[in-house]
Structure formats: C-alpha cells, structure tokens
Design a protein around this ligand. Structure first.
Ligand SMILES: [Mn+2]
Length: 285
C-alpha cells in the first residue's frame, strides 16, 4: 500500500532580474534581461514505521528564493535510541531560515549550510543537498549521497556526484565528532535551459531508480504540460515499487556488488523526490 503522509507543492517565483553577459558551457548567452524560474513539486513516501511516522528524510521548497533542499537523517542512530529524522528536519528548517536571510541573486549556499549546521541542535546526523536557481544556473551544495539529476529533452544531462567514506556510509553533517563538516561539501553549478527537468532526491530514490527509468517516465508523459507535483509522485511511487522488489538488480545492489558485498533487490528506505521544471519567465526581447 502506498502511504503518503506528506505532500508539498509550490510554484517558485523569481523576483530579481539579473543581467549578465557571458557564454556558459552550453554556448547559451546569458542575461540580456532573460530569466528562468523553477516550478517545483515534491512527494515524500516515508517508510511505514509507527514509531517514526515522519521518517528520517526532510525537504523544503522555498518559493521566494527559488531554492530547495533535501536531507536524509542517518538511520544508524536508531541503535542509540536517536531519531535522526529530527536532526534532518531541523537542519532543513534552519537552512530555509538562512536562505530567507540571503540577498536575492547572490545566495551564499556555503554560508547557508554552515549556519544551518551550527543552529541544528538535536542529536543525530544527516546528508544535505541545497540548490538555488540563480543567473540561469542551478547552483547546489551537497554533502553525502542525496543529490539531483538534470534532464534535457527527456534525457539525462547531469548527475550530481555522491560523497561516501565507504559503501553505504555517506558523508554526513551531525553532532558526533566523527561526522563531516560543511567545509567538506561539494559545490555544483549547472547551466539550465527552459524545459529542463531537475529531479532532486534522497538515496531512497537514487538507490532504487536508474536514470533511464526516470527518462522513461518523462517520455511516457502524455500531455505537453509538465506537472511537477504529479511527476514527483509518479517517480516516487515507481521508486517505492522498485524498493520492494526482492530480486531486482537495483542501483543499490549493483553498487554493493562492486564493493564485494551481497545485496539482492531494491533498498527499502524513505523516499523523497522534488521535481523542478525550468521555465522561461517573461523574456524581454
Ligand atoms: Mn535514505
């Protein structure tokens, strides 16, 4: 049974007009009054656990600042009686607060992550991926194995790298001395174009879905209109279905095999998906 306990949706608006004149990697001339906006929708499918109805993932969509965040509280804390979901939720909450304090068009994501980390007090640890659409680029900062994929013309164009100490031990921000610090975060900037689809997720998504399966979902879309909330829900449900398959060669099983470890089938986990649809926002010609 599919249980949806949380559902977030929202349209992001760009309030500042940036004027830059440079050629990016795609050879697209930026600026000249052009601006994009990212329309986002999210779906969260926490594992069925009466003791932790909110699961261990957390995310946010910040309308005004064109920003999103996903985090995955590290499950290992459960052995100490700690719900790492609390840490992840607080971290994302503090990141959103810090993002609101940033000037439009000049967001310092590293500073945001640092502030969020310093202000997060519950015991635990978490991965974190923050992203903002700014100057026709998606700018991101990432710690651990959450991340995002950029699809153009329904084909994978970019995938953010993951950071892990060893198999299934991602980099993580947290309260233990052995945890990583915000300075270990990876910064990413990707030039995006209208109609690009960005899929953000925790490992519950990335360990259960191959990019080509997301491409297939994008290709199957019957209408021209992209509905980010619907798309996020479809992708999350597909990931959930895959996660419950005991025999499948999932991305997680394949990664385990490469590390000489035994794992067959999907990976049962909390699944967070945010879909961002890039659209041109009233170009001035
Ligand atoms: Mn996870």
């Amino acid at each position: 049974m599919i249980i949806k306990r949380r559902w977030v949706e929202g349209e992001l608006e760009v309030t500042t007009l940036t004027k830059y004149y440079r050629l990016d990697r795609e050879g697209v001339r930026s600026g000249e009054g052009r601006k994009w906006k990212m329309v986002c929708g999210a779906c969260y499918l926490p594992k069925d656990n009466k003791l932790k109805p909110l699961g261990e993932d957390a995310h946010f969509i910040c309308k005004e600042k064109q920003a999103v965040g996903v985090a995955d509280g590290v499950g290992g804390w459960a052995a100490k009686g700690v719900d790492a979901g609390e840490y992840a939720r607080e971290l994302m909450n503090n990141a959103e607060i810090a993002i609101h304090q940033e000037p439009n068009g000049h967001m310092d994501l590293k500073g945001v992550l640092n502030k969020a980390f310093l202000n997060t007090k519950p015991e635990g640890s978490s991965t974190a991926c923050l992203a903002v659409l700014e100057d026709l680029h998606l700018k991101a900062i990432n710690v651990g194995d959450s991340g995002f994929l950029v699809f153009r013309n329904k084909a994978l164009m970019y995938r953010s790298p993951i950071q892990q100490h060893e198999f299934n031990t991602p980099y993580q921000l947290g309260t233990s001395k052995t945890c990583d610090l915000p300075c270990s975060a990876m910064r990413i900037a990707v030039a995006v174009l209208p109609e690009d689809i960005i899929v953000f997720g925790t490992d519950g998504l990335l360990d259960n879905m191959y990019p080509r399966e997301i491409e297939d979902i994008l290709k199957r879309g019957t209408s021209e209109e992209v509905n980010p909330e619907e798309l996020a829900s479809t992708i999350a449900e597909f990931a959930l279905y895959n996660s419950l398959d005991k025999y499948r060669c999932s991305p997680f099983a394949r990664a385990a095999h490469l590390e000489g470890k035994q794992h067959i089938g999907g990976k049962i986990d909390d699944i967070t998906v945010i879909v961002g649809h890039i659209v041109a926002d009233n170009c001035e010609n």
